[in-house]
Design a binder for this molecule. Structure first.
Ligand SMILES: Cc1cc2nc3c(=O)[nH]c(=O)nc-3n(C[C@H](O)[C@H](O)[C@H](O)COP(=O)(O)OP(=O)(O)OC[C@H]3O[C@@H](n4cnc5c(N)ncnc54)[C@H](O)[C@@H]3O)c2cc1C
Length: 422
């Protein structure tokens, strides 16, 4: 595990905290450019359910630019060329990806552990890459006001915790929306709150089920069913703070609510969700750091800007941050750039990526407030079974479906790989 540290000057050039989409993609790109890099992941593996499954056409384009797309598409996945919404049983086309000006004119649904495992396999081809699992970043090391490393707790899951210090020219916080490192650096953030939370659960599939991943609206509820091969990964949207109330009504009442939205699931709910242990609460937050960096430290992905699940775009934004960070920093980190030279580059990432994040978060908050809250409170056309006028227009004019496809599939200011290959 520690070959890099033993072989070289004792420390990696860059230390990335967080083995999620942002951290793994940046780790791969830096290692590809010849930068010695250590990625710290606090868990033992990538096998966690609640990460989101969408890989967007713009992320697939990045993989194409890296020459990895064909190999990536060998992993188990589901392709979506069209997104549909189901309102009281009526299926309405919303977005058509087949006209995007990209190599992949579709969105991929792939369990995120497959995506991360693929990135890790590719990164390991480069000698400068190391992934430390069971390694939690618990604090920052500083010298004369500059971050110059991370305090790491290793072996917690193995039952033998040991704290070590890892020094690096640059520390990247890619440790998600509860980032320990951004807190340790006391970087102030703007919190927008969120009016929703999500309940996350698995329900087995049966022959005769619809095939497609879909969003269902009925009876004042909203449910997304993600096709994961032999089971449905389900996301049930609830009003913020509504979890205790729902639990108070009992699991059988919850079954009835799901059966009302997606009747095809009704007969298997008792065995799939016998009690509340089978239902995970995922808290939704939307926030953004005022400053994404300080000397020696850069924040990317959800650590810099926690995204709502609306539109399923958070992974894509995290990947775009990673690509932009590598474009900005890889040559300097691979070369002999001084700490001071690296520090002068760091604010440029925020200047490039903040605008796409602001636009996307504004759109997510609009959908949360104008679509989801009215549905959940039983108000508005969708809640009463009527199809809202924007959806009626999309259903009527196929050309219009290219707009949401572009917004979701490509996002704002898509990045391209410019970082070098050593
Ligand atoms: C309910 C819900 C559903 C969502 N669904 C989708 C979706 O379908 N599609 C989509 O695109 N986006 C979705 N999102 C948003 C998406 O999950 C995030 O925007 C995206 O995962 C951000 O990637 P990241 O790499 O920045 O952070 P994360 O994915 O959160 O990864 C952070 C990583 O760092 C590790 N870590 C945390 N702390 C430490 C530490 N101290 N030391 C070391 N490692 C640490 C974590 O274990 C994790 O592996 C959803 C969000 C929510 C809340």
């Amino acid at each position: 595990m520690d070959t890099l540290l033993a072989n070289q000057s004792g420390h990696p050039r860059c230390c990335i905290a967080g083995g999620g989409p942002a951290g793994m993609v940046l780790g791969l790109l830096l290692a590809r450019a010849g930068v010695p890099v250590v990625v710290l992941e606090k868990h033992l593996d990538f096998l966690r359910d609640f990460r989101g499954d969408t890989v967007h056409p713009s992320t697939l384009e990045i993989l194409h630019e890296l020459g990895l797309l064909d190999a990536f598409l060998q992993r188990p996945h589901d392709r979506i060329e069209e997104l549909r919404a189901t309102i009281e049983g009526r299926s309405i086309p919303v977005a058509d990806f087949s006209h995007l000006p990209l190599h992949s004119k579709f969105l991929v649904l792939m369990p995120q552990w497959e995506f991360l495992d693929f990135m890790c396999d590719e990164a390991r081809r480069y000698p400068g890459f190391e992934l430390w699992t069971d390694a939690e970043a618990i604090g920052l090391l500083q010298d004369k006001g500059r971050v110059n490393g991370v305090k790491v707790r290793r072996g917690r899951w193995a039952g033998q915790p040991q704290d070590v210090e890892l020094h690096a020219s640059l520390v990247v916080a890619a440790d998600g929306r509860h980032s320990a490192l951004r807190d340790a650096a006391a970087l102030p953030h703007i919190s927008y709150g969120a009016p929703i939370d999500v309940l996350w659960m698995r329900i087995p599939k049966k022959p005769g089920d619809p095939e497609a991943t879909a969003g269902h609206v009925a009876g004042g509820h909203f449910l997304v069913t993600l096709n994961r091969g032999d089971y449905w990964q389900c996301a049930f949207v609830i009003p913020k703070g509504g979890h205790a109330d729902l639990q108070g009504r009992g699991i059988v009442a919850f079954h009835a609510e799901i059966a009302r939205i997606a009747p095809f699931l009704a007969t298997r709910l008792l065995s799939a969700l016998p009690d509340w242990d089978a239902v995970k609460l995922l808290e939704v937050t939307v926030d953004r750091l005022e400053s994404w960096s300080c000397p020696g430290l850069l924040c990317i992905g959800d650590a810099a800007h926690a995204m709502s699940p609306v539109g399923g775009v958070g992974i894509n934004l995290a990947v775009q941050d990673a690509v932009a960070a590598a474009n900005l920093l890889a040559a300097a980190l691979a070369g002999a750039a001084s700490d001071k030279e690296i520090d002068t580059l760091l604010p440029q990432l925020q200047r490039r990526r903040e605008w796409p994040v602001r636009v996307t978060q504004a759109a997510q908050r609009l959908v949360q407030d104008r679509v989801l809250v009215p549905v959940l409170s039983g108000k508005g056309p969708a809640a009463t079974g009527r199809v809202p006028w924007p959806l009626r227009m999309l259903a009527r004019w196929p050309m219009l479906r290219r707009l949401p496809a572009r917004a979701v599939g490509m996002g704002v200011r898509p990045e391209h790989v410019q970082s070098p290959r050593a």
